[in-house]
Design a protein around this ligand. Structure first.
Ligand code: GEK
Length: 244
């Protein structure tokens, strides 16, 4: 496995900016990319451990859907106390999962982790008490999102929890433009150039489709969750705790 490196994928002008994909090039720079691109990411990750600890129930599965390199998996793994839980970490990018396997192997927690390379839309769920969708639902086509959340709610035992983190958009134009611009400011403060911000934005245009807070909350309730709490927001990035 090649060493992780800083993200400069969009640093030079590209003749044609192709659609963003979670390939080997992205997997290699991913830790740097996500921390410099997603406001609040470094705060959310350890809180997944805190929430896993509270909501995990004995002898159930905890899922990390769209696990990438396993940052959420590792946080959950260290939050889980001796309750007979297994974590199933799922991603459909082979490049991501290969690296994830390496990081899981370096970690010393005894909680078993199973890695599955598949599309989360095709997953057969086992009875679960904690599910994490940390910035993953936004990459599914919008028409598949309700079904995905319903299947998660069905798999959860009563009192189980989903943590759903997403980039969102806003109905009010002024709120949208202010928070969007602050997100770009965040990226520039983290060393990305105007060119990098602009080319990445083009690459993600039809790949990452944000929705409003209201759309998420309504759909989570319709999917079968009893309570939906917005527990975190940083600019246009949020995280919900949805309890069955
Ligand atoms: C973290 N949760 O570090 N099936 C399986 N995996 C998918 C699918 C799908 N249909 N679509 C996208 N992915 C991580 C960060 S990144 C978020 C998650 C980001 C995977 C994709 O391969 C990628 O690894 C992950 O979802 C999204 O806490 O890059 O902004």
């Amino acid at each position: 496995m090649t060493e992780p490196k800083p993200d400069n994928i969009y640093a030079t002008p590209l003749d044609r900016v192709t659609e963003f994909a979670f390939d080997e090039a992205v997997a290699r720079v991913f830790p740097d990319m996500i921390q410099r691109s997603v406001p609040g990411y470094t705060t959310i990750i350890p809180m997944l451990g805190v929430m896993a600890q509270r909501y995990a129930q004995p002898d159930t599965v905890c899922y990390d859907l769209g696990c990438s390199l396993g940052a959420s998996t590792l946080a959950m793994r260290h939050g889980l106390k001796d309750k007979g839980n297994t974590i199933i970490a799922v991603d459909n990018s082979e490049a991501m999962l290969q690296r994830c396997e390496h990081y899981i192997a370096l970690d010393n927690s005894p909680v078993p982790v199973k890695l599955v390379c598949t599309d989360i839309r095709t997953l057969e769920f086992q009875p679960a008490s904690v599910v994490t969708l940390n910035f993953t639902l936004q990459f599914l086509p919008q028409y598949d999102r309700a079904d995905m959340l319903t299947r998660i709610a069905e798999a959860l035992v009563p009192g189980g929890a989903l943590v759903l983190s997403e980039k969102i958009c806003f109905e009010q134009t002024s709120e949208q433009s202010t928070l969007q611009e602050l997100h770009w400011d965040f990226k520039k403060a983290n060393g990305y150039s105007d060119l990098e911000v602009s080319q990445k934005r083009t690459a993600l245009e039809n790949v990452l489709i944000p929705e409003t807070r209201q759309a998420h909350e309504t759909r989570l309730l319709a999917a079968g969750f009893k309570q939906v709490i917005l527990w975190y927001q940083c600019f246009n990035f949020v995280s919900f705790l949805a309890i069955k």
